[in-house]
Structure formats: structure tokens, C-alpha cells
Design a protein around this ligand. Structure first.
Ligand SMILES: O=C(O)[C@@H](CO)OP(=O)(O)O
Length: 206
């Protein structure tokens, strides 16, 4: 039995390129983002992988990344489950602001705390802990059972929603997970053991 789980962060978005806090806003992929999605598909194919079901968020940058990957892999008919539980962390009042402008206004340290502390939420938004509180139950109830049944599962989502899942898979604590950066469009491949722990992790080259 395979128990394959692949996580991929969407390709570069228009707002990643403009260095804006994005959260639940819905910009599209840049040309580079599209290219990253094609490259992810090529890497997955080269690794000999295929899928039975895919999950994504309610945001178009993740959905488009998934569509490109499935198209390129010849998997267009694959069942796709979209859920806002997998959305990016809500950046609240920071949404749409330039990250450098925010540093100039509130200081490097405060902005770093909002972006990369575990439990300090940006004003009006979600901390990583808050994001974990909605993403992890979804992983446990909807995604994991399929993996354990032997379905090969692909998840295309966001930096912070995927961090929530990586935290559990890689047994990282609050300090470890905030240091784990996920590159856009680079698949992380896990094979799970029957007890849902990671038996093997394979990083496809960036
Ligand atoms: O702006 C965002 O929504 C996220 C991901 O791009 O940013 P950060 O890496 O600062 O959490």
C-alpha cells in the first residue's frame, strides 16, 4: 500500500511578486508562478508519482496551480475537493499592505512577530496557531483517512495552511515550524506509515 501524500505550495502569485500581505485575497499566478506549477508537474512525473484525489483551498492561486499540475500529468478527471479550511492564514488588517512599508511603519521586529511567531495574530487576522486550529482538523478528518486507505493524495495550498500540516507530519513544535519556509511550487513528498507517522520524506529539487 502506497500511503502517498504530496503537499505543494501554489506558484508565485501577483501579490507575492509585489511583496504584499495576501492572506484571503485572491490574486492570480504570475508567469513565474505558472512556470513553477509546470515544473512541479514535471518533477512529480519524473519521480513516477500519480494521484487518486486532490485537495485545494477556495483561493484561485492554489486551484490554478493544481489545475496545471493535473493537466500536465494527464489527470484532468481526478476528483478535486476544494475547502476554505486550506486557505492561507487570514492576514487581517495587514492584507494588501506592502511588507517593507509595514516594517517601516511598525518596525522589523513587530512585523516578524506577526509573520513568524506561532501565536501572535496580526491585527484582525489569524496567528499560525489559529490557522492550525482550522486546518489540522480538516487534515485529520478529510485528508488523512484517504491516505491511510491507500489513496494517493495531492494537496495544493498555501505557505501557512501547509505549515499547519507539516508541523504534525514532521513533529515540529511552535519554534520549529515558524522557521520552516515552504518554497512556491516545490512538492514535498511523504510516504506515511500505517500509524500516520512519516515513513519517508522526499524533497523534489527546487
Ligand atoms: O502574504 C501572505 O499571505 C503569506 C504568504 O505569501 O505571507 P507570509 O510569508 O508573510 O506569511
Amino acid at each position: 500500500m502506497d500511503r502517498l501524500l504530496v503537499l505543494v505550495r501554489h506558484g508565485q502569485s501577483e501579490w507575492n511578486l509585489k511583496n504584499l500581505f495576501t492572506g484571503w485575497r485572491d490574486p492570480g499566478l504570475t508567469e513565474q508562478g505558472v512556470a513553477e506549477a509546470h515544473r512541479a508537474a514535471a518533477q512529480l512525473k519524473a519521480a513516477g508519482l500519480s494521484f487518486d484525489v486532490a485537495f485545494t483551498s477556495a483561493l484561485s492561486r492554489a486551484q490554478r496551480t493544481l489545475d496545471i499540475i493535473l493537466d500536465d500529468m494527464g489527470l484532468t478527471g481526478l476528483p478535486v475537493i476544494r475547502d476554505q479550511a486550506l486557505n492561507e492564514r487570514d492576514y487581517g488588517d495587514l492584507t494588501g499592505l506592502n511588507k517593507d512599508d509595514a516594517r517601516a511603519k511598525w518596525g522589523e521586529e513587530q512585523v516578524h512577530l506577526w509573520r513568524r511567531s506561532y501565536d501572535i495574530a496580526p491585527p484582525g487576522g489569524e496567528s499560525l496557531k489559529d490557522t492550525v486550529a482550522r486546518t489540522l482538523p480538516y487534515y485529520v478528518s478529510e485528508i488523512l483517512p484517504r491516505v491511510l486507505r491507500g489513496e494517493r493524495v495531492l494537496v495544493a495550498a498555501h505557505g501557512n495552511s501547509l505549515r499547519s500540516i507539516v508541523m504534525v507530519l514532521e513533529r515540529l513544535g511552535p519554534d520549529g515550524i515558524v522557521k520552516r519556509e515552504l518554497a512556491t511550487g516545490v512538492p514535498i513528498v511523504y510516504r506515511l506509515a500505517a500509524d500516520s507517522t512519516v515513513a519517508e520524506r522526499l524533497d523534489l529539487a527546487a
